[in-house]
Write a protein of this length. Structure first.
Length: 448
């Protein structure tokens, strides 16, 4: 078997073994994170929560996430991704079930905060884990492979959640069953994860000896090449300028993204009140919107790898998303379907930016430093997930309209795109590594 065939065979096996399982795990995490938006359609009325109370509770998840993200990633580096991911999934599944039994705003805030604490470092652990099994040139497609779970979870979860909202069993309301039934799979998958994943290439019994040798060779050589350019420790990378700039851009992006994502079911219900659409119809409509986003996310990741370019793919997607979001505010006054079409485009842009963005950090960092960088970027960025929903809820209570909130969310994403284009210097370009041959040393990992 020649090197080209060996590479193709190995990458295919790694992808088939890891991506579907991590996709499923991530889909459950997203479902448990955002199903609060659908629960709010009934929960807020049952418990007497205002939009400001809901927005703060939805966002406080990310405050817990922020506080434990970096320490959690450091722990993962010590005990291994397999054990840490398993622990995360079991604990967040248990806490998500408790959400079904909250009665007061304080209980709501505490449980949502603890859910963020439990899930902290889950995403960076998976990105870092995958980076150990792939060359940089395959990162965007690999990351897109499991990150498609974000729109996929919403596409499936939207009609599922609206269906669950309408059931009442054993004295529990639909929104309570929504939390319970969508949390149980996290516990089950967390237990399976402990036995299914392997922490190192050397332990992968599902690869042949030749495939292990090839993969170890190319990943180690590529890691050494990255270290020639930049070799910070886990703690040093937390002060790295390139990493902090990426974190800042991600913050403004998440401010806009989660601001609309957490309130999209509420916004959709408001837009469709004049048509008399049923709750289930809204669920199917939102499912279709996220399905479109899933397709765009895959295509953007594929394009990013094909053209070996990251930051302009990210900025382009975010700009399109922002323009469509702001335009939807004005189009809604005379065209309901036009507003939904623009919100769909906005979702597609926001999701499309994910895979090329997260292919940047592993392209110039390796080992524990890469894990620390991903954790810090995700941690600071997801603070936007706290402020975005809270801001929208507060503005909605003050004005009685989503228009101003959506406009500010769009502006936030334009700021993110500007930061990515003008301040991010790392290109995210891959290194060319051939086993048994000298490394093709890149002139620079920086773009001019």
């Amino acid at each position: 078997m020649d090197l080209q065939q060996l590479e193709k065979s190995t990458v295919r096996k790694v992808t088939l073994r890891l991506i579907p399982f991590l996709f499923l795990c991530f889909a459950i995490s997203i479902l448990d994170r955002v199903n609060i938006g659908f629960a709010a359609l009934r929960m807020n009325e049952d418990l007497g929560f205002s939009e400001a109370v809901y927005g703060f509770g939805a966002g406080i998840f990310f405050l817990g996430y922020f506080l434990l993200e970096v320490p959690g990633s450091a722990m993962m580096s010590k005990i291994g991704a397999r054990r840490w991911i398993s622990r995360i999934m079991v604990s967040w599944g248990i806490i998500a079930v408790i959400m079904a039994f909250i009665q007061t705003p304080i209980q709501f805030y505490i449980v949502r905060f603890l859910l963020g604490v439990a899930e902290a470092s889950f995403y960076p652990c998976m990105v870092h884990y995958l980076s150990g099994f792939y060359q940089s040139k395959h990162h965007a497609k690999a990351i897109a492979g499991f990150m498609i779970a974000i729109p996929a979870a919403n596409a499936i979860g939207s009609p599922l959640s609206t269906f669950l909202l309408q059931i009442e069993w054993f004295g529990l309301s639909g929104w309570q069953w929504l939390f319970i039934l969508e949390a149980i799979p996290a516990v089950i998958l967390g237990i399976i994860c402990y036995f299914y994943l392997t922490d190192r290439i050397e332990d992968a019994k599902w690869l042949t000896g030749a495939e292990k040798t090839w993969l170890l060779d190319v990943t180690r050589k590529e890691a050494l090449e990255k270290q020639k350019v930049k070799k910070p420790t886990f703690l040093e990378v937390l002060r790295d300028k390139d990493v902090l700039i990426l974190a800042l851009g991600y913050f403004f992006w998440m401010f806009g993204y989660y601001g609309i994502n957490m309130f999209l079911p509420t916004i959709s219900r408001g837009l469709t009140e004049s048509t008399g659409w049923s709750l289930q119809s809204i669920g199917w409509l939102l499912g279709f919107m996220y399905l479109c986003a899933m397709i765009v996310m895959y295509l953007v990741g594929k394009s990013s790898d094909k053209h070996n370019e990251r930051k302009f793919h990210v900025a382009g997607c975010l700009t399109i998303s922002a323009i469509a979001m702001i335009a939807s505010v004005y189009v809604a006054d005379f065209s309901l379907m036009g507003a939904f079409a623009l919100l769909t485009i906005s979702l597609c842009g926001a999701f499309g930016a994910y895979s090329p963005f997260w292919a940047i950090p592993p392209s110039f960092l390796t080992g524990a430093a890469a894990g620390g960088a991903i954790a810090l970027i995700n941690s600071i960025g997801n603070l936007g997930g706290f402020f975005g929903p809270y801001f929208v809820g507060f503005i909605n209570d003050m004005t009685g309209s989503h228009n101003l909130g959506l406009t500010v969310l769009g502006i936030s994403m334009i700021i993110s795109a500007t930061i990515i284009v003008f301040l991010v210097k790392q290109s995210g370009k891959s290194y060319k590594v051939s086993p048994g041959r000298p490394l093709d040393h890149p002139k620079s990992t920086k773009t001019g």
